[in-house]
Design a protein around this ligand. Structure first.
Ligand code: 5GP
Ligand code: ZN
Length: 110
């Protein structure tokens, strides 16, 4: 997936501000933050969108959710709360076709 921006970031071939990584997941700051805290949590393995996700991806996607909990604790938003969202497909607002969870916090929900 040489043409995938987030695969390049995961591989360290594109610059990013990484805030968390483990064997399955990488999280980095969104370049255009829409909230005081705006992180992107991505699986290391390329999955284009949730439409492509299968049973084989369940553990990996779950790892992304658990990473969000860790990030909530690290950023101090575990109690105050945060939003985890996955834009999917053209009408879902997805621009980068490598599954990613937006972790946003610090802004009152609309
Ligand atoms: P989507 O609309 O696909 O759900 O979200 C893509 C997100 O990636 C957007 O919030 C956008 O700001 C972010 N983004 C796009 N290009 C880059 C980049 O090169 N680096 C980082 N860190 N974020 C990016
Ligand atoms: Zn990718």
């Amino acid at each position: 997936m040489d043409d995938c921006l987030f695969c390049r970031i995961v591989a360290g071939q594109s610059p990013s501000d990484i805030v968390y990584e483990d064997d399955a997941v990488v999280a980095f700051k969104d370049i255009y933050p829409k909230a005081p805290v705006h992180l992107l949590i991505v699986p290391r393995r390329h999955i284009a969108s949730l439409v492509e996700a299968t049973e084989e991806d369940v553990t990996l996607l779950g790892r992304c959710v658990v990473a969000a909990r860790r990030l909530a604790e690290r950023t101090g938003y575990a109690e105050r709360g945060f939003r985890l969202s996955v834009n999917t497909g053209p009408e879902g607002g997805q621009v980068v076709y490598h599954v990613h969870f937006h972790f946003t916090a610090g802004r009152k929900p609309r």
